[in-house]
Design a protein. Structure first.
Lengths: 783, 384
């Protein structure tokens, strides 16, 4: 490209791009400007509507701009103004609802040019948009028998430009090819190109009048060359341009990354391997050798054994492959095959690393501070004005009532900014109220937050879009499951319903691959919490419910094997997991799941398995029995049988003590159970007296831990019961008469007197059932 | 040497000499590649005007064409020997043209041996210079052995020496093959290091050496997901370019392979043909692929992978077993219950970890899949 410009020495350089950016061209020479960068055009009153023209170091446009700046030649953009392209977008969205296409940023991989008399041109027709339009390069490559358009491009253009006498030769060849293509395909589905080309023709003509026809160089997509050459009347061109819709547009430079240049990232204008092209562009000589050395360096950093011999062999293999395939020089395909066979032992795993770090690359562009403000800042300003929510340097505290529309939006804004790393507000504990509808924030706008906003501009043009993109990226990068669940919760708080599916997918994937049931069990409660919280906010949580149900299933399957062979600490932790899952399952079953499944029933099955398996530590078994007993799935008799089993002579005392802790430990309720079910107490009592002397000191701490957690009243009652001794237990014939402070029979009249209050406390339907059970329980106590 | 001394007495030299010529005693059960496809090789050689590396019968391009198939200018049709990515064959052939040896990796049933045989046949015109790797392969199989009668009678000399296939390939500039390299004990494997890096095989007993002639190279095959193998030392690994032969790329391709093989095996076992078996085959292949890849066919759910290989070969044996079950104890129609037990056996190799994997898969994927209810129940029944 530079060679061609040097040879032609044009007096003005015209580049395919939005003309509004003319003022921004000098910035390209700024010290602080480092490609890859992109020209960003956005509608002033609607920052979400935007288009990008990405430029990398090796882009012909970039080379042309630099050449022009270095030689003091004016550089101008001649594509249709962004004002029109953005308006087009709008129209299209309104008519078809298709909002995917980011404008006319297609022709960026290279450029091409044509002047009226003495012309040069180079380049690359645009990459296709979303597959609907035909891809001219693909068609050409197909005709030449290549399966990959970039490979064809590499062979025809990149590999032959160097050292050839005539710098125009590749351009001329391309132009011819494109001309033939356009004859065959017409406009190939690029229905807007006619308009853009008309505009470009007008601009070229205007420039030609200014400096003379032989002083014009045009850098544009090769696709447009034949059209620009065609002689069309000024009037016809003007007619095409008449009545174009228009919006007020604003342009700026934004930093870009190689990753986003890559086509895989969803921008239609991308190329597959920016890192490779940057390498070809940057390497002074022996590109393949240098590339292999780079790859070796990367693999060594990752602790793979790669010697210089590997590099030598890889280069030889790549060259031999190129010969076999009849190509002038090894391309990316040959080098990749060689790296795989020689350095990666044929495995694709390290190769993926090479692809990610080198072929695509991590390069992040920079723009000077003097570039105009990013649209994200504008969007933020707009929202702050709308919500009457001024940024102030002074610290202040605000309380938000989420039931109010404005406050809810403010809360969402703060949460979104938090996700973007713009820490304007800090969440503090609400005073007085614990309701979920109230949030308290401490706000303070530090000056550096503006810098943060500018940095966050990479993620999107509006706060919503940027936060969504950021959340998705964070989910992919999150190291463990709990973090992803946390992220899901934050997404709900921030109202990012678009990011939720992506986060959920990551969550489901992580959950599927995580072999540690502990992680799964930890993640489940948070997920269920967000599920219920989402209900409060009216967010669609169907996806969430599905993932939560899936997670629960995995926990169910994995829990019994995971409980085997644990030491005391691990058992204690697992017991807490069992409790947490139990709580979560109870909440989960209430929520509407897409596939109605009897989660609670299955969980009961798991508990039953746990309670009956000998390899499971005593603490967990005891807890499982207790949970079953509380849920009414095991009656007291069965519980007593299981307890007897666990406390029988064959069981090691420490294990039995752990069982007791699991069964009656955990504070509330446990002690009462012993107080009221004499059979259980007698079992404990009988077991304790049977513990051999040498084991007694071992079990004592465990028992103490269990019983010291009880309330003093319960402890005293227990003590009294034990002091009275086992003799009193003989009252099986009666109905439990003889317990101090209790009559022989429950006084139902007096018990009934409290029922209205109990009902009031618990609320009537649908909790009526609950109250009913509670009452039964109370009545049972009186027995 | 002490290890191998025992082995030699049990397996006298000469065992590893050239395979007996089957000609004259009737039709061989399975002819060598170079005999079976002699016409194609001759036709290719006649049209091959590209440069050939020393002692190659064909140019690299022609070798690739021989394996991948094609049509020659005179209309001779070259049948494809290997159906798979072109890239793989190209890398393999190119490797043989450099001085690095070629290691073909892959799970059972990915045609490693087949590819290696045809490569040797096309490159050197001889695919019989073969060392079969087993746990008992001695060093003599790779270096040389002795004819003990000669040795005792005349003392050490070249006439008393029994060359291994590798040694002969070195001397004649041919392609040697080592099958199942990872089954060979590690110390015997390392014999190859000198051969591959120095390209020479010293014979200290005679104070001589055999130097490899240009054109010599070595193709090894190994199983990369097999238990109880001897990992290659890094020194040896460095001498190989590795090519991994992939499993069939799509469900359809794999179903096709399984159905065809099952049909062949079924006929040889005199099993009655199952009329509606294809659905069940598809199901088995889907289950295998999903567990192997760790992701469901629709790409929406990830699943854990069990420790077993779950190769195409295993899918074939599961279906064959199911067919036998259906024919002898069922109504002759392949039903979910017939294959469920086989799948369970193939998937659950490690009783603890794999069982969890399998049950998760059942509950998370199979249970909710439409039309798979029977299969789900059958699997639940056998899983217990």
């Amino acid at each position: 490209m530079r060679a061609a410009l040097e040879a032609a020495r044009p007096r003005v350089v015209l580049i395919e791009g939005p003309p509004e950016a003319d003022a921004l061209v000098p910035l390209a020479a700024d010290e602080g400007m480092r490609p890859p960068v992109a020209l960003l055009a956005h509608a002033v009153d609607e920052p979400g509507r935007s288009a990008f023209w990405p430029l990398a170091e090796f882009s012909p446009e970039w080379a042309a701009i630099h050449w022009a700046l270095d030689h003091g030649v004016p550089a101008r953009f001649i594509d249709l103004p962004a004002a029109h392209t953005l308006a087009w977008e709008k129209e299209k969205e309104e008519t078809s609802g298709d909002s995917d296409d980011t404008g006319d940023s297609d022709d960026t991989g290279g450029s091409d040019g044509t002047g009226e008399g003495d012309a040069e041109g180079d380049q690359d027709g645009g990459a296709p948009h979303a597959g609907v339009r035909i891809d001219p390069l693909r068609a050409l490559a197909g005709a030449a028998g290549y399966d990959d358009p970039e490979r064809w491009w590499e062979d025809v253009v990149e590999h032959r430009g160097v050292g050839d006498g005539d710098p125009f030769a590749p351009f001329a060849a391309l132009e011819e090819a494109m001309g033939a293509l356009r004859e065959t395909y017409g406009d190939g589905g690029h229905e807007r190109d006619a308009v853009r080309e008309a505009y470009m023709r007008l601009q070229v003509r205007a420039a030609g009048r200014e400096v003379g026809d032989d002083g014009v160089a045009v850098v544009c997509g090769a696709w447009h060359v034949p059209a620009l050459r065609r002689r069309a009347s000024v009037a016809a061109d003007r007619a095409l341009l008449k009545g174009l819709p228009k919006v007020k547009a604003d342009l700026t430079w934004v930093p870009w990354t190689h990753r986003r240049l890559a086509r895989a990232s969803g921008y239609g204008a991308g190329i597959d391997s920016p890192g490779w092209y940057a390498h070809l562009f940057g390497a002074p000589d022996r590109p393949v050798e240098r590339w292999m050395t780079k790859v070796a360096g990367l693999l060594r950093e990752e602790d793979r054994l790669v010697s210089s011999a590997h590099v030598i062999e890889a280069v030889r293999l790549a060259e031999a492959l190129a010969v076999l395939r009849g190509r002038p020089l090894p391309g990316l395909g040959e080098t990749t095959d060689a790296v795989r066979a020689v350095m990666c032992d044929g495995s694709d795993v390290p190769l993926a690393l090479v692809r990610d770090r080198l072929v695509v690359g991590d390069v992040l562009g920079e723009v000077p501070a003097s570039a105009p403000a990013v649209p994200l800042q504008r969007d933020l300003d707009r929202q702050q004005r709308r919500l009457r929510f001024k940024p102030e340097a002074r610290e202040r505290e605000v309380e938000l009532d989420l039931r109010k529309e404005t406050d809810a939006e403010r809360s969402r804004l703060l949460h979104r900014l938090g996700l973007l790393g713009v820490a304007w507000g800090e969440r503090t504990v609400s005073r007085g109220s614990t309701g979920t509808f109230r949030e308290t924030w401490r706000l303070r706008w530090e000056p550096e937050l503006s810098v943060r906003v500018a940095e966050a501009g990479v993620w999107g043009t509006t706060v919503l879009a940027a936060a969504t993109a950021r959340a998705e990226a964070d989910a992919l990068a999150a190291p463990d499951l709990a973090e992803v669940t946390g992220l899901a919760e934050r997404c709900l708080l921030a109202g990012l319903s678009d990011a939720l599916p992506a986060v959920m997918r990551v969550l489901a994937d992580r959950a599927a691959l995580d072999t540690d049931v502990g992680h799964l069990a930890q993640a489940l409660p948070a997920l269920v919490r967000s599920l219920r919280y989402g209900d409060v906010r009216g967010t669609d949580t169907a996806a969430l419910a599905e993932v939560a149900a899936g997670l629960a299933e995995r926990v169910f399957v994995g829990l019994p094997p995971a409980c085997a062979g644990l030491d005391a600490d691990a058992a204690e932790e697992m017991r807490r997991h069992v409790d947490a899952v139990h709580g979560a399952v109870g909440l989960l079953d209430d929520s509407p799941a897409p596939h109605p499944t009897d989660l609670r029933g299955r969980w009961r099955g798991v508990l039953r398995v746990l309670s009956g398996r000998d390899s499971v530590p005593g603490g967990i078994r005891g807890r499982a029995v207790r949970l079953l007993l509380d849920g009414g799935d095991v009656d007291a008799g069965e519980a007593a049988r299981l307890m007897g089993l666990a406390l029988s002579v064959g069981t090691p005392p420490a294990d039995a003590a752990a069982w007791i802790e699991g069964f009656v430990g955990g504070g509330a309720g446990g002690g009462m159970l012993l107080v009221h079910d004499e059979r259980l107490l007698a079992l404990v009592d009988g077991w304790l007296t049977g513990v051999p002397v040498e084991a007694f000191t071992d079990v004592l701490p465990l028992l103490r831990r269990t019983f010291s957690a009880y309330e003093p009243g319960v402890r005293r009652t227990l003590g009294e019961l034990v002091r009275r001794g086992p003799g009193e237990r003989a009252g099986v014939t009666g109905t439990g008469a003889g317990i101090a402070g209790f009559a022989a029979e429950p006084d139902t009249a007096r018990a009934a007197a409290v029922l209205p209050v109990v009902r009031l406390l618990l609320g009537t339907d649908p909790e009526g059932k609950e109250a009913e059970r509670q009452r039964d329980g109370l009545a049972g106590v009186g027995r | 040497m002490s290890v191998t001394a025992d082995n030699t007495s049990a397996a006298p030299g000469g065992t590893h000499s050239a395979p007996a010529d089957a000609a004259g005693t009737g039709e061989p059960l399975r002819p060598h590649a170079e005999d079976a496809f002699a016409d194609e090789l001759t036709a290719l050689a006649a049209h091959d005007d590209r440069p050939r590396p020393p002692r190659w019968k064909l140019s690299p391009w022609a070798v690739a064409t021989y394996l991948l198939g094609g049509t020659l200018p005179d209309g001779t049709v070259i049948t494809p020997k290997y159906v798979g990515p072109r890239r793989i064959v190209e890398v393999a052939v190119t490797t043989l043209a450099t001085d690095r040896a070629l290691l073909l990796l892959g799970v059972p049933g990915t045609a490693k041996t087949w590819v290696s045989e045809h490569l040797a046949a096309a490159v050197s015109g001889d695919s019989t210079l073969l060392v079969q790797g087993t746990a008992g392969t001695p060093e003599e199989a790779i270096r040389y052995g002795w004819n003990y009668a000669q040795l005792l009678a005349n003392g050490p000399s070249r006439t008393a020496l029994v060359p291994s296939p590798v040694m002969r390939a070195m001397a004649e500039g041919m392609t040697a093959r080592v099958e199942e390299l990872t089954r060979i004990p590690a110390d015997v494997q390392d014999t190859l290091i000198t051969i591959l890096s120095e390209k020479t095989l010293p014979i200290p007993e005679l104070g001589q050496e055999v130097q490899a002639v240009r054109g010599f190279n070595l193709i090894a095959t190994a199983n990369d997901r097999d238990r109880g193998v001897n990992e290659l030392s890094s020194a040896l690994r460095r001498r190989f370019n590795t090519v991994v032969l992939p499993l069939p790329a799509s469900v359809e391709a794999e179903v096709d392979i399984v159905a065809r093989r099952v049909d062949q095996i079924g006929r040889s076992l005199d099993l009655p043909a199952a009329p509606d078996g294809i659905d069940e085959i598809r199901r088995v292949v889907t289950v295998f692929r999903e567990l192997r890849d760790g992701i469901t066919a629709d790409g929406r759910t990830k699943v854990k992978s069990p420790s077993g290989t779950l190769s195409t070969a295993e899918a074939i044996s599961v279906v064959t077993g199911g067919l036998a079950l259906a024919a002898h104890f069922g109504d002759g129609v392949l039903r979910p219950g017939d294959v469920a037990a086989g799948i369970l056996g193939a998937v659950v190799r490690d009783p603890a970890a794999d069982r969890v994997v399998w049950q998760e898969y059942l509950e998370a994927v199979v249970r909710e899949r439409e039309g798979w209810t029977d299969f789900y129940r059958a699997c639940r029944d056998v899983s217990g």
